[in-house]
Design a protein around this ligand. Structure first.
Ligand code: FES
Length: 101
């Protein structure tokens, strides 16, 4: 486990996501859904769309490129059983969001 501080909780509006670079060239999409935080690999496994820019609704993020939906808690794709995105554990300490990258 290697939790690193990625953001502060007030940097991500409720029911939205943001993209953070966690190491050179490696990006994580961090989401605030109903006050709970989730982290997925930012790169959509379909064709590489930026998941951190997608709409967050009903426990899923919709990829902004073609609309495939991914479960925030598991990374599983709702539209295709073949697709899954890496999911990372998240810890909130005080106002800091730490992600196990
Ligand atoms: S690139 Fe994400 S759905 Fe196509």
């Amino acid at each position: 486990m290697a939790f690193i501080k990625v953001a502060q909780s007030d940097e991500i509006a409720e029911n939205s996501g943001r993209i953070f670079e966690v190491s050179p060239g490696r990006f994580v999409a961090l989401f605030n859904h109903g006050g709970s935080f989730y982290a997925l690999d930012n790169e959509c496994p379909h064709e590489g769309g930026p998941l951190g820019e997608g709409d967050v609704q009903r426990g899923c993020v919709s990829c902004p490129w073609h609309g495939y939906r991914f479960d925030l808690a598991t990374g599983a794709c709702v539209n295709s059983a073949r697709l899954k995105v890496a999911k990372f554990a998240v810890r909130v300490e005080g106002g800091d969001i730490l992600v196990d990258v």
